[in-house]
Structures are given as C-alpha cells and as structure tokens.
Design a protein around this ligand. Sequence first.
Ligand SMILES: Cc1cc2nc3c(=O)[nH]c(=O)nc-3n(C[C@H](O)[C@H](O)[C@H](O)COP(=O)(O)O)c2cc1C
Length: 186
Amino acid sequence: MATDRTADGNIAGQESGTATLPPATGEAFRDAIARLPSGVNIVATDGPAGKAGFTATAVASVSDDPPTVLVCLNRKSPQNKLLQENAQFSISLLPKDAVTLANIFAGRTGLHLEDRFRYGDWTTLSTGSPILAEAVMALDCRLHSFQDVGSHVVYFGMVVATLTKPRDPEGTKEILIYHDRHYGEA
Ligand SMILES: Cc1cc2nc3c(=O)[nH]c(=O)nc-3n(C[C@H](O)[C@H](O)[C@H](O)COP(=O)(O)O)c2cc1C
C-alpha cells in the first residue's frame, strides 16, 4: 500500500516490495537532505586546464585502504572540464569564520574560476591543487575515476596527502557546517 503523508512533513514515499517504485520528487528529496548537517568544503583544482574551485557539501569518505573520497559536482558546471583534464583536486574543510569565502566559492558574488582565489590564503600540498591555509583539514587527491549520476558527476579521488589541524583542547566549535539551508558551527 502506498504511503504519502507529506502535509506534516514526516513520511513521503511508497512501501517497498514492488518492482516499480518511482523516485521521490526532487523537492521532497531536497527538503529531506537539507536536514542532514554537513561540513562545508572548498573543492579546488589546478593544472594544465586552469585553476578553479567550488563550495561543496557533497563530500564523503569511500575507502581507507587505499584512502579514497568522493565529491559531487553539478553537470552544468564548467569546472567539470577542469577537474577531468587536471585529473587532481583538493578538499579543504572550512573553519567557522569562512562564510564569506564559502559564498564566494558558491558563486554568490559573481566571481568565477581563478578569480575566486583572489580571496583567502592559499597553499599546496602534493599535487599543486590549492589548499586553504586555514583549513581544519585538507585532502589532496589524484582523480581515480568519475561517473555521471543524474544531475551530478561523482568524482572519486585517491588521497595522496593530508593536512589535519590539531583539535582545540577546549573543544570550542571550529568547523563551518550547513544545516537546514543555513550556515552553522560544529
Ligand atoms: C553550502 C553549499 C554547499 C554546496 N555544495 C555543492 C556540492 O556539493 N556540489 C555542487 O555541485 N554544488 C554545490 N554547491 C553549489 C556550488 O558551490 C556553486 O554552484 C558553485 O558556483 C559552482 O561553481 P561554478 O559556478 O564554477 O559552476 C553548494 C553551495 C553551497 C552554498
């Protein structure tokens, strides 16, 4: 029997066990996934195709042997070409005071590609992809593979170098997160 009680926002979908379950609507999915708190990262690349970076929450650990991560980028982004041609990228987890930088790399100030790096203090680890100097942690990756999945391209990266800032001994909040469509701290 179908279950669809979206009015109170609690349940949307259909009972499993049939071979023809349709996908949830994009709107219901976006409302649900908005409740998942995520760290805010800048994914960046540099190389023969040029320098570029974007703000991303779609970042996840895949494997620890070998160390592998994934990043999802909208198929419409011109940065797909650069990521694929450079075949390397970095992930910088933003500190809590980096909201302006997150907005710049989310395209909210009209800056594109290399121009976004006029802001922030950038360094490199191993591949030459830009790493934010104040990152809470950073991963430098060689592109392993990529795959189109719906609206996005999923990039798998083999981690070749890492940076990890020591934890604040007081346990103070230090990381920028995104939750319920707002920035927060963790
Ligand atoms: C908090 C936050 C998280 C985001 N996460 C992603 C993400 O994981 N993947 C993605 O493709 N876009 C994400 N975006 C949107 C991109 O940052 C934005 O579209 C950016 O401008 C892409 O770069 P481009 O303009 O060069 O294509 C996010 C935006 C914000 C504000």
